[in-house]
Design a protein around this ligand. Structure first.
Ligand SMILES: C[S@@+](CC[C@H](N)C(=O)[O-])C[C@H]1O[C@@H](n2cnc3c(N)ncnc32)[C@H](O)[C@@H]1O
Length: 350
């Protein structure tokens, strides 16, 4: 009632105003119009209705992961058992968190680069001549990728490819070139955590957008014949040949290794990639990448986000085992149940 009264008084006063001032007055009145008593929504500065909502938690609804991460400082995080499993070897530290039991993560030698065999002599790839920035049309490396740089300007991979060629040491472009992504290493803050059923797993403290580079699968590079001798300890074997022949879709941790190929063993020497579990509905995929050498039989295995991933969701990829093809040292078929928990779970890892 009071508002209405003021409004009327202003209208009266308006008649004595000059045109410019009247316009201003009009605008003011429009913005501060009394509300329609039947409408419960206030009006904003432009006279539009403003709808306000209040979000209330359902009783018992769990806290959002993002809050859990942001509200607690690292040191006070529940279950924190190792501050940095990399011992300072990565640019970003990777913590280990165990809220299940008192176990610490298994010991292994943390490495950040693939360990090549003694006989290995890398053949450096030919580089591009792009002085300023690489572009789809002129860059020789883009040409190797089918005429386009496989990343966008945010560093996200555009699509999965059999093989991605990044610019390398012989290229004239600067380190900031957008065709250099995985070679700069991990950017996403990861942690390892103890799961109920699958040993240790990996998750991120931040949300991850689709196409982001997560980490490389690093370990000792072995010839398949050498890897086959490690059947008793095959939990961390990644068959590169399998990944390459599958045109970038398959992976193959612990796979039956074929001949004439290479395998990465991360059991004794490895990085955080060794802790990434299998899921039948994975949120990561393994991408072959070459940049520092030319041999297509041994590309780097780089893991990328296949979708947007919220904070603290476990990161997984598909190991791509063919069921009944994994054998123990006596030649018997090994059976391993899958506990990924996905609705699409096939029940068997191998
Ligand atoms: C590369 S390691 C992954 C890290 C492992 N969880 C650890 O604690 O070190 C692969 C092994 O993890 C376990 N694993 C991974 N994904 C699994 C799944 N979905 N179901 C059951 N076990 C799984 C299996 O023992 C498998 O051989």
């Amino acid at each position: 009632m009071l508002n209405l009264f003021r409004f009327r008084r202003n209208r009266k006063r308006q008649t004595n105003l000059r045109p410019k001032a009247r316009k201003r007055q009009h605008r003011f009145e429009k913005q501060h119009q009394p509300q329609n008593p039947r409408s419960c929504h206030p009006r904003g500065p432009l006279g539009n209705l403003v709808f306000k909502f209040e979000l209330k938690r359902i009783p018992g609804q769990p806290e959002l992961a993002i809050r859990e991460v942001k509200s607690k400082k690292f040191k006070t995080r529940e279950g924190l058992c190792v501050d940095d499993i990399t011992n300072g070897k990565e640019k970003i530290r990777i913590s280990a968190v165990n809220t299940i039991n008192d176990e610490n993560p298994p010991s292994f030698n943390y490495i950040t680069k693939i360990m090549y065999p003694d006989w290995y002599r890398p053949v450096p790839p030919t580089g591009c001549d792009c002085v300023g920035r690489c572009s789809d049309k002129r860059c020789k490396c883009a040409a190797k990728n089918g005429g386009e740089i496989p990343y966008n300007h945010n560093g996200a991979i555009v699509e999965a490819k059999p093989l991605v060629y990044e610019c390398g040491p012989a290229c004239k472009c600067p380190p900031s070139c957008y065709n250099r992504v995985t070679q700069h290493g991990m950017k996403i803050q990861l942690e390892i955590f103890k799961t109920e059923t699958r040993g240790w797993g990996v998750r991120s403290l931040n949300s991850i957008s689709s196409g982001s580079f997560i980490c490389e699968y690093v370990g000792e590079l072995l010839e398949d014949t050498e890897a086959e001798k490690r059947t008793g300890n095959d939990e961390y074997l990644f068959d590169i040949g399998q990944n390459y022949s599958d045109m970038g879709t398959g992976t193959g941790v612990g796979m039956d290794t074929g001949t004439d190929g290479f395998t990465i063993d991360a059991a004794n020497y490895g990085n955080v990639g060794r802790f990434i579990n299998h899921s039948c509905s994975p949120n990561l995929y393994a991408q072959n990448v070459l940049y520092d050498q030319e041999d297509k039989r041994m590309p780097h295995i780089m893991l990328f986000a296949a979708e947007n991933i919220p904070p603290l969701q476990e990161l997984t990829y598909h190991y791509n085992y063919a069921v009944d093809t994994v054998h123990d040292s006596d030649g018997n078929i090994k059976v391993k149940k899958c506990f990924c928990g996905s609705t699409e779970c096939t029940g068997r890892l191998y």
